[in-house]
Design a protein around this ligand. Structure first.
Ligand code: DLL
Length: 433
């Protein structure tokens, strides 16, 4: 029997969802117009007033917001509530340029935690469960979001944060954690450490994992499901919209339900801005219709995926997004060919390697080069050069048929690529240095 955290919302009819979206969008546009001069100016430039937006069918008239707008408006330019109404900020890691700082009222935190609670219940969680939150706590939204969701569900929450992997395993075993929340790359690292400690999946009480914050392949899902003896669920979100829980996977594990009572999703052609139909791949754009302090209208995420309104066996009615392949800005263009790290991951896991790899891109004599560093598993580690060369050729072939590109492959010793406790660093692009 499928269980839901908020059944009346999660299984609402399409008519009901549209009615909520119409009413909330109109209210939100007015709230932004009245309180965010930055966005009001953008609307005025398009000759729009709030009266032009009467419902979801008018969404396409509104201007887009991009990361560049967030940088320009930093820190308070997109704030829609007086600071005295705000109770928290969260922030992105900001590897490029200025950080994004998002503001929350107590109501914003509540709706965010509800979204995370929906994800935990969809992964089979209840007040009988022990939920270990091994996402980082602090400015990153992963820890605080799932912590709040776990409380709402009534799970016993273990707020380990990330890092100290042996202690993570000790808590999982001693306190019988049944649900693990962390990035998929950290889940793989925890699984690897358990194996080194001589533990088998049936000696670990976990039954489910809620993994997100970075792109991960279906092959990686199968791998962590096997090595941890769990069912692994994807969860998606971004700081700009609240954090984890914008969408989450259900028992069907075929895409993530977007919480449409709070976020309206569109997929657009990143070049032209044209809205694409279901099934066509493009850039995901979100409009938050219930957030008070930091409401973003038509925010371009740069994440690439497709949408589907097909009926889901779990009974949830909210639209599903496919696993994002990665961001437009993670996409490498190598000798004119588009490459996503997740495609390389698929090839490697299918050949029996773990998810420990790195793409090094450079430019030599005006030509792009791709060197894929691949870690051998301890079982395949050998100093037999013939065997190493056979393996390298096999990977080169696999990459050629997946990417249509010849890459150099370097096999490296087990444990020589740094492990990640948060989001893994998969690409080193020397062309940019
Ligand atoms: O990563 C929020 C989060 C925390 C989501 C924990 C899930 C679990 P940011 O640090 O702002 O927020 O990064 C957001 O990460 O635009 C995507 O590119 C990527 N991302 C997040 N979840 C997924 C996922 C958090 N499930 C950015 N699959 C987003 C692929 C993901 N990419």
């Amino acid at each position: 029997m499928e269980r839901y955290y908020q059944p009346e919302i999660e299984t609402a009819s399409r008519e009901q969802l549209t009615a909520w979206q119409n009413e909330r969008l109109v209210r939100q546009v007015k709230h932004v117009w009245d309180n965010v001069p930055y966005y009001r100016k953008k609307m005025e430039e398009k000759g729009l007033t709030p009266d032009d937006i009467r419902g979801v069918e008018d969404l396409g008239k509104l201007p887009f917001l991009s990361k560049a707008d967030l940088r320009e408006a930093y820190p308070y330019g997109l704030l829609a509530e007086p600071l005295k109404n705000c109770v928290r900020i969260q922030s992105t890691s900001g590897t490029t340029g200025k950080r994004v700082v998002a503001f929350y009222t107590q109501a914003d935190i509540d709706l965010w935690e509800d979204c995370c609670a929906r994800a935990i219940v969809a992964a089979g969680g209840s007040d009988e469960d022990v939920c270990q939150v091994s996402y980082g706590y602090g400015l990153f939204t992963g820890g605080p979001g799932l912590n709040g969701g776990s409380h709402k569900v009534g799970c016993l929450t273990i707020p380990t944060s990330s890092g100290n992997t042996e202690r993570q395993i000790m808590f999982i075993r001693d306190l019988n954690a049944t649900i693990l929340c962390c990035t998929p790359s950290y889940a793989a690292y925890i699984a690897e450490t358990m194996k080194e400690m001589g533990l088998t999946p049936d000696e670990i009480p976990l039954k489910a994992g809620i993994f997100g914050a970075e792109a991960w392949s279906e092959e990686m899902r199968r791998d962590v499901e096997k090595t941890l003896g769990i069912k692994a669920f994807d969860i998606y979100g971004l700081t700009e919209l609240s954090g984890p829980g914008v969408s989450f996977e259900c028992s069907a594990q075929t895409g993530m339900h977007i919480n449409e009572d709070h976020f309206i999703a569109e997929v657009i052609d990143p070049e032209t801005g044209e809205v694409l139909p279901d099934g066509e791949q493009g850039e995901l754009v979100f409009t938050s219709i219930t957030k008070q302090a930091f409401p973003l209208l038509r925010y371009r995420t740069r994440d690439i995926c497709t949408l589907s309104h097909e009926k889901c066996p779990c009974g949830r009615t909210h639209v599903k997004m496919s696993k994002p392949r990665g961001r437009t800005d993670d996409m490498l263009i190598i000798r004119g060919v588009n490459v996503f790290p997740s495609q390389v991951e698929t090839v490697l896991l299918n050949l029996g390697y773990g998810a420990n790899y790195q793409l090094v891109v450079d430019r030599v004599n005006h030509t792009d080069t791709l060197d894929v560093l691949v870690e051998m598993t301890p079982e395949m580690f050998t100093d037999n050069l013939g065997e190493v060369s056979r393996r390298q050729k096999q990977i080169v072939e696999g990459l050629r048929s997946m990417l249509g590109l010849t890459a150099k492959v370097t096999l490296v010793a087990p444990k020589s690529i740094a492990r990640s406790e948060g989001k893994a660093v998969r690409v080193i692009d020397r062309r940019k240095i």
